[in-house]
Design a protein around this ligand. Structure first.
Ligand code: CA
Length: 228
């Protein structure tokens, strides 16, 4: 398997290169975020091991560039112990798993193995990573949404918003709920950001199609459902 290690700490990146190579993988190493982003988006890797605190572009920037592509590459984040919010943010932006430094190499190998076995998502099977409503399909692993087989070009937040609405289809979700769950904002924050995002999502999700799925319930919030 081809792996990319994006890690600026020399000792750790050498250690990962050596250990993973000894376990039969072909390993490239990027020592800063710019190189990491270039290799991650240009190379054909089976897995990316991604440090978050990097010079140049940080790990989130690398992740965003990678997830902006249609091709799915699993990402294992390497994070500092005290950076819980980084892990949450990384997972929210589409990382698949994380390891807290310092980690045992055996644990790293186990996580890498699990992600490689899981591999790229397939369309087969009705597993929980595939959500569907009418002609809307969402693939959570590939972070891909389609309507009538047409790919919807969504931002990370729009995708997360759609996923939440789709998981709770038929339920009215208030702006406050959406702000808390998608943006991790407090209830007293300005929920205008939700309205703007809903408008943008609707333009992509519903405007080109006759059957509307995302509905506003005045004074209450939004609901995703099929209406006759
Ligand atoms: Ca670092």
């Amino acid at each position: 398997m081809r792996l990319l290690v994006v890690e600026d700490e020399a000792k750790l990146s050498q250690y990962l290169h050596k250990g993973l190579s000894e376990n039969g993988h072909v390993v490239d190493v990027a020592r800063d975020g710019i190189e990491g982003r270039r290799l991650a988006t240009g190379g054909d890797y089976d897995l990316v091991l991604l440090d978050l605190q990097l010079p140049g572009v940080d790990g989130f920037g690398v992740l965003a560039a990678l997830r902006a592509q249609s091709r799915y590459t699993p990402v294992l984040m390497l994070t500092a112990r005290d950076k819980v919010e980084d892990r949450v943010r990384g997972l929210e932006q589409g990382a698949d798993d994380y390891l807290v430094k310092p980690f045992a190499f055996s644990e790293l190998l186990a996580r890498v193995g699990a992600l490689l076995r899981r591999g790229a998502p397939t369309s087969a099977g009705a597993n929980s990573t595939q959500l569907r409503l009418a002609d809307l399909d969402v693939d959570l692993l590939a972070r891909k949404a389609t309507r009538a087989q047409q790919r919807l070009d969504l931002t990370v937040k729009e995708f997360n918003l759609l996923t939440l609405l789709l998981r709770r289809r038929g339920q009215i979700l208030s702006r406050t709920t959406l702000a808390e769950q998608v943006w991790e904002m407090n209830f007293d924050s300005d929920t205008n950001v939700v309205e703007v995002a809903v408008r943008r999502l609707r333009a992509k999700l519903d405007d080109p199609y006759t059957a509307k799925l995302l509905h506003t319930v005045r004074g209450m919030g939004y609901v995703l459902e099929e209406r006759a």
